[in-house]
Design a protein. Structure first.
Length: 288
């Protein structure tokens, strides 16, 4: 289980999010006789949004005849509010075959439904994945390289890769784009090992939604109409965290991060792109 909170208020450049994620993992041993398991992880995430709101205010002056066609977006008058909640449900498959002692791969693919609770279209079904080669240079250093498929409106593919360095059992450096992590052992409390780390990631997601849009009524006035389509919520996160592992298998973590370069991208209707202010993120989770 994981909980994520991003601070915000109801101004046009702010957005509060609360994400609750639950899931489990099942292993299929010796997948394709590789000696490595195939990990299947069904997950469900509730996303609760207190979205930015742009007041419609007084309508713009009526244009002179001929009037804009009914249903076209009214210039200068639109709300940007999002649904109060959306969801992500998917199954993630991961496999790390070792081809030779020096060469292997990290493969991950998922399929799921990403939408609000009133919408389901073919765009609600999304596929994501990562394909990386792994080349061991020394017993403590490896190279990774490949691509990550995000299936978002603005970014479909990202190059992925970096260096994994384990100089000693107490130090793990994953200098890896787009999700770096630099971890160092801190101390042991009873039967629990505690580490601290620096992290970064490309956050957010993409969902299909319906929302209200101010449109022309064809006779010089304005009305509202429901507009469907996909919406992306994108950001970049950089922070610090603690993670702990108990010898009986219980693990947990807590992170504080600075979230910047935030934006909402609408597939249909105005405003198209809504920029958001930077904020802070708190995230924690438990796994058994």
């Amino acid at each position: 289980m994981t909980y994520t909170w991003l601070h915000g208020d109801s101004s046009p450049q702010e957005m509060t999010t609360n994400d609750v994620q639950v899931g489990t993992t099942m292993n299929i041993p010796n997948f394709f006789f590789s000696g490595q398991p195939l990990r299947a992880s069904p997950e469900f995430i509730f996303h609760f949004w207190d979205s930015p709101i742009t007041s419609i205010g007084p309508p713009p002056p009526a244009p002179p005849p001929p009037f804009p066609a009914a249903g076209t977006v009214a210039a200068g008058a639109f709300p940007t509010e999002l649904p109060s909640r959306v969801y992500s449900t998917y199954v993630d498959f991961a496999w790390d075959p070792v081809i030779t002692p020096q060469f292997g791969a990290d493969l991950e693919a998922s399929v799921g439904v990403y939408s609000d609770f009133d919408t389901f279209t073919t765009d609600s079904v999304r596929f994501r994945g990562t394909g990386l080669f792994v080349l061991g240079l020394t017993p403590t250093v490896a190279l990774k390289g490949g691509v990550a498929y995000l299936d978002r409106l603005d970014i479909k593919l990202l190059p992925a890769g970096g260096i994994l360095w384990r100089p000693n059992p107490q130090t793990h450096f994953d200098v890896y784009f787009p999700k770096p992590k630099l971890a160092q052992y801190l101390y042991t409390v009873g039967n629990t090992d505690v580490w601290w780390y620096l992290m970064g990631e490309y956050g957010g997601g993409s969902w299909t939604i319906n929302r209200d849009q101010v449109v022309n009524d064809g006779v010089g006035g304005f009305t509202t109409a429901r507009v469907g389509g996909r919406v992306d919520v994108n950001d970049i996160r950089a922070g610090v965290g603690l993670e702990w592992t108990h010898q009986f298998g219980l693990t947990g973590f807590f992170e504080v991060a600075y979230v910047f370069d935030r934006e909402i991208i609408f597939e249909a209707g105005a405003p198209g792109i809504q920029k958001l202010d930077a904020t802070i993120m708190l995230r924690g989770g438990l796994t058994y």
